[in-house]
Design a protein around this ligand. Structure first.
Ligand SMILES: C[S@@+](CC[C@H](N)C(=O)[O-])C[C@H]1O[C@@H](n2cnc3c(N)ncnc32)[C@H](O)[C@@H]1O
Length: 216
């Protein structure tokens, strides 16, 4: 299922702030090196949206779950307040090593604390306090309910969690879609919708994103 009419995609991208050479080169290298896996990378317009949301929340301490080759991490790191830090969680040294070179080139490498370990482990080791201003979740779908819970308990009032792929190409409304990831995404979507700790909205951007803002 297409989430938006494919005929509109070019138009959507054409009306977002254009990407700079660093992001464009990163996307090109990702495609050349990872082939079909490059489809995991967020789109340029989603990158603009992430940066805008991080700026609007005046994020100083951010967390990303699912780095791949570092495109979304770069968008978020650039948007942090002075002195800000992004805790970036992934398990792939190979993919994230591509990102590191572009973070260096963009001058934000010192703002990104990359942890190569299962994200669940990294998140559970964080202090229990409300230290997180902004979080982006874009990793293994089965663990989304765990990632959401570990993040929302540490989200400061007014802080924002963004979750990607919450529509799973429409599988969320297909009763025959019953794999582990389908069940986990439905579970986290329902949990967030009923969670009194947050205001939330689901947007039909790319494969669907949810914004969950910790109430004041
Ligand atoms: C969809 S990609 C992330 C795309 C990235 N946000 C971007 O903009 O390019 C998913 C990433 O999640 C990572 N991942 C998968 N399982 C993980 C886990 N248990 N802990 C941390 N990262 C994981 C994969 O290695 C992969 O790089």
């Amino acid at each position: 299922m297409d989430i938006t009419n494919p005929a509109l995609d070019d138009n959507l991208r054409a009306h977002a702030t254009p990407t700079d050479a660093v992001l464009a080169d990163l996307a090109a290298e990702t495609l050349a090196v990872t082939g079909a896996d490059a489809g995991m990378q967020i789109s340029p317009d989603e990158g603009v949206l992430l940066g805008m949301l991080a700026r609007l929340t005046r994020a100083r301490y951010a967390v990303e779950v699912g780095v791949f080759t570092g495109y979304s991490a770069l968008c978020v790191a650039r948007a942090l307040q002075p002195g800000g830090q992004l805790l970036a969680c992934d398990v792939s040294k190979e993919w994230t090593s591509i990102g590191r070179r572009y973070w260096e080139r963009a001058g934000v490498a010192d703002r990104i604390d990359l942890r190569l370990a299962p994200a669940e482990q990294t998140l559970r080791a964080l202090p229990p306090d409300p230290i997180i201003d902004f979080a982006f979740v874009d990793a293994d779908k089965v663990a989304y309910p765990v990632y959401y819970e570990e993040l929302v308990t540490r989200l400061r009032p007014g802080g924002l969690i963004v979750l990607d792929n919450v529509l799973r190409s429409g599988r969320v409304v297909d009763p025959t879609a019953q794999d582990e990831a389908d069940l986990a995404i439905r579970k986290v979507n329902d949990t967030i919708a009923l969670d009194p700790r947050v205001d939330c909205v689901m947007l039909p951007v790319r494969d669907g994103i949810t914004l969950a803002r910790r109430v004041d």
